[in-house]
Design a protein around this ligand. Structure first.
Ligand SMILES: C[S@@+](CC[C@H](N)C(=O)[O-])C[C@H]1O[C@@H](n2cnc3c(N)ncnc32)[C@H](O)[C@@H]1O
Length: 296
């Protein structure tokens, strides 16, 4: 996500987002909004809506709704009769989402509940669809399966669950120091996220919690501008790699500077793949097989 986000710690800031300080939270609001405004992110949100089969009058749940961009799209899709509910543990993100929803005139039918999915007061089967966007990649094993299972249980039989997550090993950046670029990508994949291979793992994880009719699609987010989301992400991850000791501070500073020179010359290019995965909650009871051998 583009822009400075204060001192960059080695660990994933979204693993425990309620602990972010006020300054870091403000910086992340700007960074999340910058990412959401990139053209490829519109395609990802459109793909998520398509996978969720959302239509007017339905009830939808978004886990980790952040600054509320997707939640606004969901509120528009379900219309005045369909509640869109966001679950978000970070207070400043939730406040930004409420502001956005009110400005879009969706404040009445969309609401944000502050807290982690683990504590959310959800009744089983009350939603038609549940979605998370770049949330599962931040949850450690165990928490992640529990979150996905809560999403599954929150939707009615025949309802849809979807997630969009990046796969950190698909991050490419055109940098003159290829070896150092590879080390920084490796750091972000192996140490910065709960699981850097989340994108490619989604179908397997969906099946493991009992979801069926699993579908997946990939969309590349490509940035070619100085100060874009992926430029900011490259700088941030290089700093985090230095904080973790994966590269030296000198290496990180030099890498960021060389990337900045490319960007200033109008030669910034980076991309990362996002995977949209969806699946259906099974009917409550399996059909019983008739004596004839055909489904009853
Ligand atoms: C990278 S941000 C993505 C925000 C938003 N979905 C978007 O795509 O812009 C990750 C989000 O997951 C949220 N999150 C992290 N742990 C969570 C949990 N246990 N339950 C619900 N949300 C969580 C964070 O607070 C943050 O808003």
């Amino acid at each position: 996500m583009g822009g400075r986000t204060g001192d960059v710690p080695a660990e994933d800031p979204f693993a425990e987002p309620s602990r972010l300080g006020a300054e870091a939270a403000r910086a992340w609001v700007a960074a999340l909004n910058r990412r959401a405004g990139a053209p490829d992110q519109f395609r990802i949100r459109a793909e998520l809506l398509r996978h969720l089969h959302v239509c007017a009058g339905q009830a939808v749940l978004e886990v980790g709704s952040g600054t509320g961009v997707l939640l606004g799209d969901l509120a528009l899709a379900v219309g005045p009769d369909g509640p869109a509910v966001g679950i978000e543990p970070q207070e400043a993100f939730a406040a930004e989402a409420r502001r956005r929803l009110a400005a879009a005139g969706a404040g009445g039918r969309a609401r944000v509940v502050v807290g982690p999915i683990e504590d959310a007061p959800l009744r089983g089967g009350t939603f038609d669809a549940a979605v998370a966007q770049t949330v599962l990649i931040h949850l450690a094993e165990g928490r992640r399966e529990a979150a996905l299972d809560r999403m599954r249980r929150a939707v009615r039989a025949g309802g849809w669950v979807a997630s969009a997550d990046q796969d950190a090993d698909t991050w490419v950046v055109d940098h003159p120091d290829r070896d150092l670029a590879r080390r920084i990508v490796r750091f972000t994949c192996e140490r910065r996220h709960a699981d850097g291979w989340t994108g490619r793992s989604l179908p397997r994880w969906f099946r493991a919690v009992g979801l069926r009719e699993v579908r997946a699609a990939a969309i590349a987010h490509v940035d070619t501008e100085s100060g874009s989301h992926l430029h900011g992400l490259a700088e941030r991850v290089a700093r985090a790699a230095a904080a973790a000791g994966a590269v030296t501070q000198e290496e990180a500073d030099g890498w960021i500077e060389a990337l900045g020179q490319r960007a200033e010359a109008g030669e910034f290019v980076a991309s990362i793949n996002f995977y949209v995965c969806s699946a259906c909650r099974q009917e409550a009871r399996r059909r019983v097989r008739a004596r004839s051998g055909r489904d009853a």
